[in-house]
Design a protein around this ligand. Sequence first.
Ligand code: FAD
Length: 507
Amino acid sequence: MSDKNLRNIVIVGGGTAGWMTAAALGRFLKNSFCKVRLIESEDIPSVGVGEATIPQIQVFNRTLGIDENEFIRRTQGTFKLGIEFENWGKIGESYIHAFGDVGNDMDSVQFYHYWWKMRQKGQAPDIGAYSLNAVAAPKSKFMRSVDAGNSPLSNIVYAYQFDAGLYAEFLREFALKHDVKRTQAKVVESRLRASDGFIESVVLDDGEVIEADLFIDCSGFRGLLIEKALNTGFDDWTHWLPCDSAWAVPCERTEPLLPYTRSTAHSAGWQWRIPLQHRTGNGHVFASQYMNENQALDTLLNNLPAKALADPKLLKFTTGKRKKIWNKNCIAVGLSSGFMEPLESTSIHLIQSTIARLMSLFPNREFNQHDIDLFNSQADFEYERIRDFIILHYKATQRDDSEFWNYCRTMSVPDTLNQKISQFMENGQIHRTNMELFNDTSWLEVFHGQGFHPKGYHPLVDVVPDDELTRRLEHIKKVIDKSVDAMPSQQEFMQHSGLVSALKGNM
Ligand code: FAD
């Protein structure tokens, strides 16, 4: 065994980020050369939101060996087929950004080029008609994939909606079983090594001094280690993502149990609705420059689908990213690394991908700077491409009913996004690299859903005669409709699969 191996890792913070990191490190380092310890303070609450996810979270849970049924029961979870966006392109319009495939590509040309040609001729319905998830979601239908050959039922792509507090608790139990040591105390000081400025130790409020080779900062927006101790700096993206506040409030569970998240745009932001087994999560994300806190709260409360279950909570944030997510011997995971607002449910995914990157570039005590640089450049790429996709929702609007939307519609956007928009508007091509999180289908659904339509389509589409295209499109739609007809409601599916939490058995 190398004598350069890390001997101990300290995680500061016990929110979703802290316990996801502890669970993963515990799982991979159990009985090894390296001890893992997590410090959390009950006096400092975690943000307590973060309930909607994207399908990649299945990979995280699977890697840890977590049973999906147990996870759903323990977290009061539901399934998520996508996000419905209301009033984003225009007031009164809506579309679904659905997970999974849209149509079938033909002769190496993406489906949507064929669809767009026929749609322009008035011979095809909306693109959502060719997505199993987009058709199933509003009908509250859900099931897991089954072995059904070429049927879309063989590949149902989904994520989860869950209670973030219960998820952290669940992972805490998992991590403790995997030898992670938990200390309940407040970190009051960080000490740096004089020779190189690395973090040497953290000091707790009871006076204990804890040394470690690697520190993981999961302390939330405050960035206790990455910023307060190391002054890493922050790239502020408020000029592109101007929402900086959110009111959050849970309300009673709503029927039927919808398998999707809803995002409704208001005059200076948007409202989320996330259906869980025991309650529905709601929040109004808004730009304080355009709407004051009282107005924002009224908007939320006036648009609740059921009776509130708690007092509304106000959260303030700055959209952007830490200049380096790995700095010296400290890695920021979760909100300490940055935040891009919850519109596409990407924060928990970024926790997961940071952990995956740490595992792949796991350091020893020499802290190879090339590995650190590679880690940071991969993280920058991931954050910036997600940022572009989120900005698209604000930029691609025709709304002119408020100062906020006028700003968003006319603001300048990053060059990387400008290129994507220009290329798409010209010929419908979406240029992305494989490392980007959101695929062509996601971009397409948002572009079309918000009324941004390209001038042209792929030239090879014209090789297929129109009547043949009409026949193929009708066939795909028929298969999707038939498949959705065969699906149970989410409620039925969960009951039959024994997924209803013991805490709430009235489904
Ligand atoms: P926190 O939850 O803030 O946890 C910080 C931890 O650090 C706490 O345990 C605290 O006690 C501890 N701590 C702080 N200081 C000290 C100290 N001095 N000593 C000891 N311990 C300390 N993400 C999604 O993926 N989907 C969503 O739908 C979603 N919605 C969101 C909505 C809003 C309005 C916001 C603000 C965020 C949302 N997120 C969402 C993001 C998500 O909530 C976070 O990514 C996730 O909860 C991780 O937070 P965290 O653990 O980094 O920080």
